[in-house]
Design a protein around this ligand. Structure first.
Ligand code: DX5
Ligand code: ZN
Length: 219
């Protein structure tokens, strides 16, 4: 089994001490920075945008995994490329011309991700899976950190894994929302490649240790 990628979600970091939390991730066993961009329209919350990502980008020593929870995400593909984004994920539910958007993301030199809300069936990706570098399965309803994990996600991971291998694609499966040491191992066993964890990491007494333990759980 290849090693699981761990991506702490900066949404749960201390925004008044962002540099400290970025350095913590830089010096930890985590692999990516997961950055949640919310517009108050696609989801009922507003998080942070370009200036904050630009600041994070200046200090981050690991890939930036940007999760856009915004309507018409195709409008900002170039901007996020210029900010140093490595993986840019748009929501299936927010993209009328998903195929075109995926191509645009790749043209800008980034990996292309598609996120699915908990109610969206895996089958909608049947015709695009070979063009997708990463599928982000939402294991909570997007918009907020700290929510509880939706158990149906395991079934979706298995279905998605099946679709990926049937098509011979190399798409990674990312799980986003409510990830803890209670579900990490089971998610990896079901086929998850990337685990996003926000409040579980930053809400803990010692985030570096929590990351270390989470990595250990998945091995
Ligand atoms: C939710 C975001 C998640 C969130 C995860 O809309 O996409 O990335 O930050 O936070 P936790 O791990 O606290 O559920
Ligand atoms: Zn996210």
């Amino acid at each position: 089994m290849s090693q699981t990628i761990l991506a702490p979600s900066i949404l749960a970091a201390d925004f008044a001490n962002l540099k400290k939390d970025i350095d913590m991730v830089n010096n930890s066993e985590a692999d990516w920075f997961h950055l949640d961009v919310m517009d108050g329209v696609f989801v009922p919350n507003i998080s942070f945008g370009m200036p904050v990502i630009e600041a994070i980008s200046r200090h981050a020593k690991k890939p930036l995994d940007v999760h856009l929870m915004i309507v018409q995400p195709e409008r900002y593909v170039k901007d996020f490329a210029l900010l140093g984004t490595n993986i840019l994920t748009v929501h299936y539910e927010a993209s009328t011309h998903l195929h075109r958007t995926l191509q645009a993301i790749k043209t800008e030199g980034m990996q292309a991700g598609v996120a699915l809300n908990p109610h969206t069936n895996i089958s909608v990706l049947k015709d695009t899976i070979e063009d997708i570098d990463l599928v982000c399965l939402m294991s909570v309803n997007p918009g907020f950190g700290g929510q509880s994990f939706i158990e149906n996600t395991y079934e979706k991971v298995r279905e998605l894994k099946k679709l990926i291998s049937e098509k011979g694609a190399s798409t990674k499966i990312e799980i986003d929302g409510g990830v803890t040491n209670k579900n990490a191992k089971q998610l990896v066993e079901a086929g998850a490649d990337v685990l996003v964890a926000g409040s579980y990491v930053f809400g803990s007494e010692n985030p570096t240790e929590t990351i270390k333990n989470l990595v250990k759980t998945t091995q």
